[in-house]
Design a binder for this molecule. Sequence first.
Ligand code: PLP
Length: 419
Amino acid sequence: DAPLSEIDPEIAAVLDGEADRQRGTLEMIASENFAPRAVLQAQGSVLTNKYAEGYPGKRYYGGCEQVDVAEELARERAKQLFGAEHANVQPHSGASANAAVLQKLLTPGDTILGLDLAHGGHLTHGMRLNFSGMLYDAATYGVSEADHRIDMDQVRQVALERRPKMIIAGWSAYPRHLDFAAFRAIADEVGAYLLVDMAHFAGLVAAGVHPSPVPHAHVVTSTTHKTLTGPRAGIILCQADLAKKIDSGVFPGQQGGPLMHVIAAKAVAFKLAMTPEFKEKQERTLRGASILADRLLADDARATGVDVVTGGTDVHLVLADLRNSQLDGRQAEDRLHESGITANRNAVPFDPRPPMVTSGVRLGTPALATRGFGDAEFTEVADIVAGAFDPASDVAALRQRVDVLTEKFPLYTSVGPTA
Ligand code: PLP
């Protein structure tokens, strides 16, 4: 029973080093967050030892009385949180949640219709090298060249031409609300299922600060680790009539034994997501993103060629458009990194540069909101980001301003990764 630091000092050093990195930088990767200590505790628990193939009350292994309680709590809380008729809390990840849904509701060769990856879609929505693009005939809709917003007339037109069996609405990099009712109307018109993948904005939905897809979609998938602030995993919500299919799509369709330690951590995250503190945090997340968008649209930033995709944001992220800047996406990401801000370069719609370079940066506010940032801090962060996008600025000076913020908002003070 020796501690990790004794058994494996190299891995212990990685854990310590990563905790220090998270503490000492500003995390603005839009898909990341800081799971609360209670979530980490559930996840790093003895539940990792338990096999529990099947579902609560219907397991293929003995000794499931405790883990049944955890999964039942997770399911009931997910249903309550999102107003869903049925929840499956077993998917290991967002990608495996989508795989289970597609496998069960479609036949290989069927047509699916999703947002183009180059316009903000996700790999699992039909990308050529992903299972979704290999097993299914993947059609795409995109954003309009004029305003970079999804054009529902175009979605309908492609749907009428390609007659998909499933329409997927959801994104990894799109800064606006989706019109779920319009998606459903098109799905009904062509006889398709509507799958909404709310991986990015699930936390906003849970807090009631973003429209909910649940009343509109046949099936909703999500990750639990982004805005939702839980463990790294996935969930599926659906109407009662699809419950059996979805459950068998996950197990035995896609997975073997569920990760009971992660499911327990999901239950904790869903409980926390019902609190007023969670809602208040999601409100700060949204305000932070709009403060950032406004700052990047100010005259001095525009003078350096910076723009914001769609001219703002409705959600937790901002897509900086650097097509007219001296910096490409990779250079901008590097300058942010040197300033102490972690973000990722990201293609903007109709990006002339290759995917490894890009002309954009995706910046998210969820992790900083979890860290406690409010309007004043986001105003300072926005100014630092605008500074990093100015090739003439001094990154060492920006780094000092980041250090002030990270010191003022300590992170994981009571989590000793190797303790
Ligand atoms: N769906 C969307 C919209 C995502 O943005 C992501 C993650 O980036 C996923 C699914 C996949 O989630 P995971 O990385 O847990 O497989």
